[in-house]
Design a protein around this ligand. Sequence first.
Ligand SMILES: C[S@@+](CC[C@H](N)C(=O)[O-])C[C@H]1O[C@@H](n2cnc3c(N)ncnc32)[C@H](O)[C@@H]1O
Length: 321
Amino acid sequence: MFLSPELHFAIEQEIASLNSSHLVRAYEELSQHYRQKSFEKVSFKLSKEHCVAYAASRMPATYEVAVHIFTELFKQRPELALESVLDIGAGPGTCAFALSSLHTFKKITLLEKEFQFLELGKRLFQSLPDLAFKNATWHLSDAANMPEFPKSDLTIASYSLGEMNPAVRQNVLAKCLKATQKIMIVIEPGTPQGYTNLMTMRTQIINQGFFILAPCPHQNPCPINAPDWCHFSKRLPRERFHRLIKNVELNYEDEKYCYLVASPDEPPLSTLSRIIKKPMKRPGHIYVDLCTSVGLKREVVPRSRQEKMRQAKKAKWGDSW
Ligand SMILES: C[S@@+](CC[C@H](N)C(=O)[O-])C[C@H]1O[C@@H](n2cnc3c(N)ncnc32)[C@H](O)[C@@H]1O
């Protein structure tokens, strides 16, 4: 799924309004800050260039990941209606764009502490005709300082909780869960650190009475042991502006991510497992590595099981099985 033509055009307009060498420099500064995890430690005022550089370089990947997670969720729960949405650390509103490509919501509240991100988000929202976008409520606020969040069917925190220090993260996540009426989604980078942070959040989510819907097919502790970690990957083409900002030639990239989808309502019992590695095709059979309700398992699908083989040929890392 690519960015919608309207969003693509709106990002191009933002880029065209700024000096391209300033944007490339802003991207380098931004990635250096992300690498150092210094957002909390060092005061770093985000400029308009930093935020547009983020939209050009990171938004396509985070959009793609969010679309995939929403797609799987609606496959699992086709009846699910998410009318009100709360986005914590919304940045330029990436998740709202991703959700709107699949689902109609009536109301969205976006919480963002950086003025320039919020302004960029508002401008990008103008590019969409959808009423929910026109009626969006943006809050310029530090999530840590709000006593509570508005109640919403869906609460999403995409690549944002990991930016907070552990005590703040725990506090913000608790408020997210309290506000969630149907679904809570957390997305983090698919690095060992992102996974470690996510596992701490998973324990908190379960302890606060929620049930994990995805990717785990169980509520038990994660059975994956170091040096492995649970994460997924999406390959996406790099747009022209994407390559320009990153100053790279390669026309695709692999976005590694990890995530949790949780609900306060107990899901019906399911026998589905999760594919946790890229299936390995070998002569005469395919290996499918799974996380199941009773632990990790490798399924060997021989060519003789024709229907299963057809399924295995199409199966992708991250799909349910
Ligand atoms: C990596 S960006 C992700 C943006 C967006 N959610 C996405 O997926 O593209 C993280 C965002 O979280 C915001 N953020 C971090 N800590 C926050 C806090 N305590 N309160 C509100 N926003 C916060 C940052 O300003 C930034 O816009």
